[in-house]
Design a protein around this ligand. Structure first.
Ligand SMILES: [Fe+2]
Length: 268
């Protein structure tokens, strides 16, 4: 892939490229490489959050969830590391869209929608030169593909979509769903999970959705146990059945609601 119209690259993109170039040139020993790459990429993500404030925090939260799912699916350590980096940076391609498309919008005309659908490809183009992101770049390129082949920008289907991209798609969607009129994170998570389960087998890899559901269930059990033993580590969520799912997921904005049942604390 090549960066098209290099003469039009914005200074913001150049600053991200410069930060990534410094990380790429470190040539770190294997023992410390992953930790340091994670720390330094998070500095890049801070810059991304500053440039795209309407979705600040989305990369970090998507990374936490993607890592958790990948770990449960027994991906090896290097793939897990690349998955984490991919999740942190997955929407970097938005910076290469025209300025008026880099803000949060509720309605889009057809041309704008088509342009935004190109952001996975643009992001991969931006990241491809950096060897420490080799596998992460592939995951980012395919993070809006759908299990049934109706996704974008390439229209890949099923197992032809790399497993990291399939996990990233689920984590990204789960984190992006907003439930209006509630600050209850447990409730939001239950509604989000139900939405993903409805789209399992069409939009999402059913195995990945099932893995997410299992993780949520296990964490619920932990909460139940903590209530039983009288500790305050968790709060039993309100039953999701009292709620109707919202019509469509919307991208989240900056604020972070309280912890919920599907939320690990952090990743390395
Ligand atoms: Fe995206």
């Amino acid at each position: 892939m090549h960066v098209d119209r290099a003469d039009r690259i914005e200074p913001t993109v150049l600053s991200i490229q410069s930060m990534l170039t410094k990380i790429d040139r470190l040539h770190l020993p294997a023992a410390s490489r992953r930790d340091l790459e994670s720390i330094l990429v998070r500095q890049v993500v801070k810059e991304l959050d500053r440039l795209l404030p309407w979705q600040a925090g989305h990369g970090e939260e998507t990374a936490v969830l993607a890592f958790r799912i990948g770990h449960a699916m027994r991906l090896n350590d290097e793939v897990l590391h690349q998955l984490k980096l991919a999740a942190l940076l997955h929407d970097v391609g938005l910076l290469m869209l025209p300025a008026h498309l880099q803000t949060r919008q509720r309605s889009l005309d057809t041309d704008s929608y088509v342009a935004i659908q190109n952001h996975p490809r643009l992001g991969a183009t931006l990241l491809e030169p950096f060897s420490f992101l080799r596998e992460a770049t592939v995951m980012i390129a395919y993070h809006h593909e759908r299990w049934d082949g109706s996704g974008y920008p390439y229209g890949l289907r099923g197992a032809f979509i790399p497993i990291g991209a399939r996990i990233l798609a689920v984590a990204d969607a789960f984190e992006a769903i907003q439930v209006p009129h509630t600050q209850d994170r447990s409730l939001r998570d239950h509604v989000a999970l139900r939405i993903l389960q409805v789209a399992s087998g069409t939009q999402f890899d059913p195995v990945v959705v099932e893995t997410l559901a299992e993780r949520c269930k296990e964490t619920d059990l932990l909460h139940a146990e903590s209530l039983y033993t009288g500790t305050t580590a968790g709060v039993r969520p309100t039953p999701a059945s009292k709620w109707e799912a919202p019509p469509l997921p919307l991208y989240r904005q900056g604020s972070s609601p309280p912890e919920g049942p599907c939320r690990p604390d952090s990743i390395g």
